[in-house]
Design a protein around this ligand. Structure first.
Ligand SMILES: Nc1ncnc2c1ncn2[C@@H]1O[C@H](COP(=O)(O)OP(=O)(O)OP(=O)(O)O)[C@@H](O)[C@H]1O
Ligand SMILES: [Mg+2]
Length: 249
C-alpha cells in the first residue's frame, strides 16, 4: 500500500491566482477575465468551452505568453509572469505550441518548410534532421503526399493540419489549441485529437484546447467552462459534463 504522504507533491505546470484582464480604456473598457484561479498539471488534457465572447481565446493567449498578465498571479513552468519582460515571454513561448482558429501559415513556404520553421526556433535540432522530422509529422496527419504543396493549393482542412503539424513537431511542453478541429471532417478531427492525447500521455505535454465539439469531450482529463469572463464552479462543470454525455448517446 502506498501512503499518500509518501508521494512527492505534484506541482502545477500552470497556476493562475485571481487573474483579471481588461481591454481598452475609459468607457470602452471591457473586463474580459474576472478573478480566474486555476491549476493545471503536467500531462493534463484540458478542454475549455463556453459561449462566444466569454473570454476563452483571451485566457488561452495569456497561458501561452502572448499577452501579459495585468492583475493577479500567473505562473507558468514555475515562473511568475505578472510584470514579465518581453524577453521572458519570448523564452516561455519556445515551450508552447499554438494552433489558432485561423491557421497563420506562411503562404510563400510549402507545407514542409512551414512545419520546419517551428524547429528552426530551437537550437536542439540538427539542420540535417529538420526536413525529415517535418515530413514525419505531416505524414502522421495524413499529408505525406502534400509536403511540397503551398498553402494556396491545399484545402482549408489540409491547411489546418499543416498548422497542427507545425505546433506538434517541436514537442512543446504546453500545447494550446483554439478550435483546432473546427475545420476538419470527423475522421481527421479524431486523428488530431488522438495524436494530442498520445502526446499528453507519452511526453507529458500539457494540452489546453478550446472546443465546442461535443464528440471529443471524452479525451479530456478536465473540462473548464468560461462564462462572461469567469470560470464556472465545480458543480456547473459536472452538470455540463453529464449533460454532454447524455446528449451524445
Ligand atoms: N483585442 C481586443 N480588444 C478589445 N476587446 C477585445 C479584444 N479581444 C477580445 N475582446 C473582447 O473580450 C471578450 C472576450 O473575447 P474572446 O476572444 O476571449 O472570446 P471567446 O470566448 O474566445 O469567443 P469565441 O468563442 O467567439 O472565439 C469579448 O467581449 C471581446 O469582444
Ligand atoms: Mg475565441
Amino acid at each position: 500500500m502506498f501512503s499518500e504522504q509518501a508521494l512527492p507533491p505534484l506541482q502545477p505546470l500552470i497556476s493562475l491566482k485571481h487573474v483579471n484582464h481588461w481591454f481598452g480604456t475609459g468607457e470602452e473598457r471591457k473586463h474580459a477575465l474576472k478573478d480566474i484561479s486555476l491549476d493545471i498539471y503536467p500531462g493534463q488534457l484540458v478542454i475549455c468551452t463556453g459561449p462566444s465572447g466569454s473570454g476563452k481565446t483571451t485566457l488561452l493567449t495569456m497561458l501561452g505568453g502572448l499577452r501579459s498578465c495585468q492583475d493577479g498571479s500567473l505562473k507558468i513552468l514555475g515562473e511568475e509572469l505578472n510584470g514579465a519582460s518581453k524577453e521572458q515571454l519570448a523564452k516561455l513561448r519556445l515551450n508552447v505550441g499554438f494552433i489558432f482558429q485561423a491557421h497563420n501559415l506562411m503562404m510563400f513556404l510549402n507545407a514542409r518548410k512551414n512545419v520546419r520553421l517551428s524547429l528552426e526556433l530551437h537550437d536542439k535540432y540538427y539542420e540535417s534532421d529538420m526536413d525529415l522530422l517535418a515530413e514525419e509529422m505531416l505524414c502522421k496527419l495524413g499529408l505525406g503526399d502534400r509536403v511540397d504543396y503551398f498553402p494556396a493549393n491545399l484545402s482549408g482542412g489540409q491547411r489546418q493540419r499543416v498548422a497542427i503539424a507545425r505546433a506538434l513537431v517541436s514537442r512543446p511542453k504546453i500545447l494550446l489549441g483554439d478550435e483546432p478541429t473546427a475545420a476538419l471532417d470527423k475522421e481527421s478531427g479524431r486523428t488530431v485529437v488522438n495524436l494530442m492525447k498520445e502526446l499528453a500521455e507519452t511526453e507529458k505535454t500539457t494540452i489546453i484546447m478550446v472546443t465546442h465539439d461535443n464528440k471529443i469531450l471524452d479525451v479530456a482529463d478536465r473540462i473548464i467552462i468560461v462564462e462572461d469572463g469567469r470560470l464556472a464552479g465545480k458543480e456547473e462543470e459536472e452538470a455540463f459534463v453529464s449533460k454532454m454525455r447524455d446528449d451524445s448517446h
